[in-house]
Design a binder for this molecule. Sequence first.
Ligand SMILES: NC(=O)c1ccc[n+]([C@@H]2O[C@H](COP(=O)([O-])OP(=O)(O)OC[C@H]3O[C@@H](n4cnc5c(N)ncnc54)[C@H](OP(=O)(O)O)[C@@H]3O)[C@@H](O)[C@H]2O)c1
Length: 239
Amino acid sequence: MPEPGPGEALVRVRAAAITRDELTWPVDRLPAIPSYELSGVVVEVAPDVDEVVSGDEVFALTPFDRDGAAAEYAAVPADTLAPKPQTLTYVESAALPLAGLSAYQGLFSRGGLSEGERVRVLGPTGGVGHLAVQLAGEQQAQGDEPYDLLFDTVGGEVLAGSVASARRVVSVAEEAEGVSYFIVEPNREQLVELARRADAGQLRPAIDSMFPLEQAEAAFARVAERGKRGKVVLRVAGD
Ligand SMILES: NC(=O)c1ccc[n+]([C@@H]2O[C@H](COP(=O)([O-])OP(=O)(O)OC[C@H]3O[C@@H](n4cnc5c(N)ncnc54)[C@H](OP(=O)(O)O)[C@@H]3O)[C@@H](O)[C@H]2O)c1
């Protein structure tokens, strides 16, 4: 059982989602608990925490430099926790933080997408891409329409073949010349905005597949495959 340190809350994890390639991320602190996004219920808080209280239903992107959320309980910095979207299940809520924040930050914080501009999303059915498409809404370039921003979630030859097509190219998949690559950051305010859009019916994470925590190995095999539609989620407890 993890102990919540200063500034932390202990969360009973209900669901935790995973991301392609994430097992290659921590190389300096193995073995590590994977999954960096969760939904669940706060069961304990450190004395200095005032962001959440026991019983709060929450969701979060958890920091990458510490153990993740593929566990029954996770100690999490309380300032990363946001109220879970009311209209989404725990499984759907866990599918939103990492991919949703990646899409939000890629389009708006990094990509600077402004009103009237057009964006093209590479990998539009993947975990990050399908949420970017929903967040871009009518600003998505149609057919051969020119676009101002290219948001890449694929990398490799797909990115290389498109990199010259836009003045601004942002990627979460690969560092390359002419590309503004970034690593998604926990952001409570932006999670609140994603939850607002979800509860307003404007944003809905697609669940490609769901596995019980005991079948995490099969879940990681699935997340490495092509042809997914949305996110792969580990169901830890409950529905
Ligand atoms: N830097 C960051 O902060 C950050 C944040 C989130 C994700 N990521 C990384 O960004 C990438 C995308 O994440 P994700 O969760 O959206 O992954 P995903 O769910 O696997 O989606 C990848 C998308 O790319 C498409 N694709 C086309 N050609 C591909 C190819 N050669 N290999 C793999 N996919 C191809 C896939 O579609 P089809 O298979 O149907 O063709 C799919 O739509 C991953 O590498 C992930 O680790 C980085």
